[in-house]
Design a protein around this ligand. Sequence first.
Ligand code: GDP
Ligand code: MG
Length: 297
Amino acid sequence: MQVGKEFRCGVAGLVGRPNVGKSTLLNRLIGSKIAIVTPKPQTTRDNILGILTTQDYQILFYDTPGIHEAKRALNKRMVAQAKEAIQDCDVVTAITDIDDPARIIDDQGVLDALRTAGKPAVLAINKIDLIRKEILLPIMDAYNATGLFEAIVPISALSGDGVDRLVGEIVARLPVGPALYPEDQLSDRPIRFLAQEVIREKVILCTKQELPYSTAVVIESFEELEKLVRLKATILCERQSQKGILIGSGGRMLKKIGTLAREELEHLLRKKVYLELYVKVDEDWTKSEVGLKRAGY
Ligand code: GDP
Ligand code: MG
């Protein structure tokens, strides 16, 4: 630690619409795959804590579900979680990916939530690798005019551009205080949860259309030995036809999902993984509170 510099520690939630790059940023910051990243929106269902510790600070990041219109029970739950996450923040890290100042309207939900919360906030304008340079200033002006942000930092979560500056702006607004987690800890999520997320990510990658949003993964049993993890998991879907897609002809789809998930888990856990995967129809797990509980949400 530098002389005269006090250690800072606090919570910096990541909020923004689905697909703006919250999980990508979290993964870049923490440098290991914690949140699930997919090209399809609305896939981060829980608040995931990533912990960034240096000699000078410890930032606790929550990757929140995007703030947007709540339609079904699952969406409502996601919005409630996002709003709650803002309340728990020392500083809110808002993210957007707009490429035209007029599109600031897309972020109305996020801006409203921030206004209600009244927390210090910094804004990351992400995906600048895709934005024309001359459009960046008008975009920054548009957000600046909201009066909600103490700092606005253009970044590319993908290339890492601007990310250090963003971290600097976050740290400057954290309270002075000791670290809350051991420095080698990257997440408060148990391996069991990571396994669930990895399997769900593979389901989303391997299947198409509305199917991903009607699936959930339940870990039925989990046994961790010194060099081996034994895992039994069930993929829940809403209809018999979806079950057919998930299993595939001759069981090929399920095998593909299982193989991809196992390979990634072995890489993440640095252990051999035995994965048994099943598919089950649970008619309305996304629609009812009872169904969500059953699926572990
Ligand atoms: P989330 O829903 O906000 O968590 O968004 P994700 O992190 O899952 O990212 C959504 C999509 O945007 C993925 O396809 C990412 O690869 C992509 N993405 C994220 N950050 C960047 C970036 O800086 N540049 C570009 N070109 N794509 C990005
Ligand atoms: Mg995400």
